[in-house]
Design a protein around this ligand. Structure first.
Ligand code: MG
Length: 370
């Protein structure tokens, strides 16, 4: 049973290239499956989320992070009676388009592009991947995804102004995205906040005392876990507290979103779209807690000295490889050399690098002995 304000698959605005219906999979299920079978999706396995493999091979990479986002997003969607198939497709595609080496890699690629009066934006890059770069079908380039999935790729994490991005005008930029897309960014945040606490603790970069001091809500949940499980190892108490934290964030997001929907009287997808603000939100109290977690992670983990060597490597490798191919485009693969006859070389080099896994760009770096 879908809520009145959910996206209905039978109302999809459809695909760029019309296709016959599948006999037993609906259009959003097919999109989810197309994402899973794409090359860009498989490459997430070898892209850094926060920790490189230097730390551990059981820490999250972009692929396992993506599965965690999909799990959380499905749970939220189910409780809000939203379209779970659409949510799953959006969650699985949400990190496609990220360059190698996590945020450090993304910053370096963006900086390289800015030197050529351009920029790198992972949502827009993801759109190019699913619209153009994936070559799986005889009849068209790209994955030919439904409008709703493409719209979600563009709008899940931020709003784009129609003046600044005329190319995106088909995506109804003046309107809010459906709740199915709105929830992805917050499911993403819940997933990485809790996962980064977990991996940071396992990596011995975050101690329990620091986390308790910086995140009062987590301290309370940890004290509760200690009371319930006084005789188990600290790591297990930590796990219990972390599980409660995840549940606390997800539960609040579900409850507060229901309250927002009923307070605004929104009863249709059109109502969601025309609402002046996004409706999937945390309550003010939990939003403050969420900010504390984020600030703590920035301060103590993302900006920690321990991660500096990885970030410096990422920056050096990406910047030097970018400049190398700009000066010696004859070393690009032939398909990219051909694209460079139609598009600015910087864009082509950027697309090439953004698609790479951590390992592949490191191999290139060694191959050209930079
Ligand atoms: Mg993510």
């Amino acid at each position: 049973m879908l809520a009145d304000y959910a996206v209905r698959v039978e109302d999809t605005r459809g695909r760029r290239y019309p296709e016959p219906q599948h006999s037993y999979r609906n259009e959003f299920q097919r999109d989810r499956d197309r994402v899973i079978h794409s090359r860009a999706f498989r490459r997430l396995e070898a892209k850094t989320q926060v920790f490189t493999r230097r730390y551990s091979d059981h820490f999250r990479n972009r692929l396992t992070h993506t599965f965690e986002v999909a799990q959380i997003a499905r749970t939220i969607a189910g409780q809000l009676d939203l379209n779970v198939d659409l949510v799953e497709a959006l969650a699985l595609v949400h990190d496609v388009g990220h360059p190698p080496f996590g945020h450090a890699g993304e910053r370096a690629l963006d900086a390289a592009m800015r030197a050529h009066n351009s920029f790198f934006d992972h949502n827009l890059h993801a759109l190019r991947i699913v619209e153009d770069f994936e070559m799986r079908y005889a009849a068209f380039r790209g994955l030919n995804l439904t409008f709703e999935v493409r719209e979600g790729i563009v709008k899940h994490s931020r709003d784009y102004s129609a003046d600044q991005y005329p190319d995106l005008s088909e995506y109804l930029l003046a309107l809010r995205p459906p709740l199915e897309a709105q929830l992805i960014d917050l499911a993403d945040e819940i997933a990485y906040d809790t996962a980064d606490l977990d991996d940071g603790y396992e990596a011995h970069l975050l101690t329990w005392e620091e986390m308790g001091g910086g995140i009062p809500v987590f301290a309370g949940l940890f004290a509760e876990a200690e009371r319930s499980w006084p005789d188990v190892a600290e790591k297990l108490q930590f796990n219990e507290a972390l599980k409660s934290l995840l549940d606390h964030l997800v539960g609040d997001l579900i409850g507060n979103t229901k309250a927002q929907v009923s307070a605004t009287g929104v009863r249709s997808l059109e109502g969601v779209r025309k609402c002046p603000r996004r409706l999937v939100t945390f309550s003010p109290a939990v939003d403050r807690e969420r900010r504390q977690i984020k600030d703590f992670l920035h301060r103590e983990l993302y900006l920690s000295k321990a991660l500096d060597p990885d970030k410096e490597d990422a920056e050096r490798v990406i910047t030097e490889m970018f400049n190398f191919w700009m000066v010696k485009p004859e070393n690009l693969p032939s398909s990219y050399r051909e694209k460079a006859t139609q598009e600015p070389l910087a864009r082509v080099v950027c697309d090439y690098i953004a698609g790479m896994t951590d390992n592949f760009i490191l191999e290139q770096y060694q191959k050209y002995a930079l």
